[in-house]
Write a protein that binds this ligand. Structure first.
Ligand code: MF3
Ligand code: CO
Ligand code: CO
Length: 257
């Protein structure tokens, strides 16, 4: 098992990549409206990453993924494939997951968007999922364990009657998109690996209304949906562990932590 501890120079490169990934989510917001297709959103993100940022969209051709961002609508948990046929309508919720590579390093972040007016139960799922991510981020510092992170997410999600998806997790990140360690979104306090300064990893909880069980698309291999077709939400940030806490490398200007 190899955990890549980053040097200060490498963290600076992660900062640049993280900022670019965050900027893509800020840029795409105004386009997420009823009537737009997820294929169009993908094209806008792709062109912005390649032409304006002079960066690389990491998902494109990653293990055969065919597009530049993931767009996961309603009961799609993650890895939704953008398509010109998938038109967003009022009341939909969508996760856009952006990963860019700049100067050899990855920045990975995702955000939920509401399409027009969305029902309050959907807004609540989105809010609690974001709270789970923030609560986990806020405990990160050297000496805290991966089990502590998983536990705080599971605790807050389940206390609010949502189910935590277990098949997909956060991950170490750097020159490699998905590296060790795995960052589970459930667990027990004081178990698992201790976090140390210089680690960089994502926290990206997925919460479902209804059951935690998932289904993998047989047709396209990628999209993961809830078994019961109930809604799912996800948020993601890339972090660096500092001497006394954390730095969110993909923070957007709308956020305060
Ligand atoms: N961005 C996703 C993550 O958070 C991974 C997407 S892999 C892809 O780890 F191939 F679907 F793009
Ligand atoms: Co990720
Ligand atoms: Co991601």
């Amino acid at each position: 098992m190899t955990i890549h501890i980053k040097t200060p120079d490498e963290i600076e490169k992660m900062r640049v990549a993280g900022r670019l990934a965050a900027a893509v989510l800020e840029m795409i917001g105004p386009y997420v409206k009823p009537g737009v297709s997820t294929g169009e959103l993908d094209t806008i993100c792709h062109n912005y990453i390649v032409d304006t940022q002079q960066a690389i969209p990491a998902p494109l051709n990653y293990n055969g993924f065919p597009k530049s961002v993931c767009t996961s609508v309603n009961h799609v948990i993650c890895h939704g494939i953008p398509s010109d046929e998938k038109i967003l309508k009022t009341g939909d919720i969508i996760n856009i997951d952006v990963t860019v590579i700049k100067d050899g390093f990855h920045g990975d972040t995702s955000k939920m968007f509401c399409v027009g007016e969305t029902p309050s139960h959907a807004q609540r799922l989105i809010r609690i999922t974001q709270e789970c991510m923030y609560k986990a981020i806020n405990i990160v510092k050297p000496g805290v364990t991966l089990g502590d992170i998983g536990h705080i997410i599971q605790q807050h999600g389940e206390a609010n009657n949502y189910a935590i998806v277990r098949e997909y997790c956060g991950h170490g990140i750097g020159r490699i998109f998905h590296e060790e360690p795995q960052v589970l979104h459930y667990g027990r306090p004081d178990t698992g690996m201790k976090i140390v300064e210089g680690m960089t990893f994502t926290i990206e909880p997925m919460l479902n209304a209804g059951s935690r069980y998932t289904k993998l698309s047989k047709k396209d291999g990628w999209p993961v949906t809830t078994k019961g077709r109930r809604l799912s939400a996800q948020w993601e940030h890339t972090l660096a562990v500092t001497a006394d806490g954390f730095e969110v490398l993909t923070l957007r200007s709308e956020e305060n932590l």
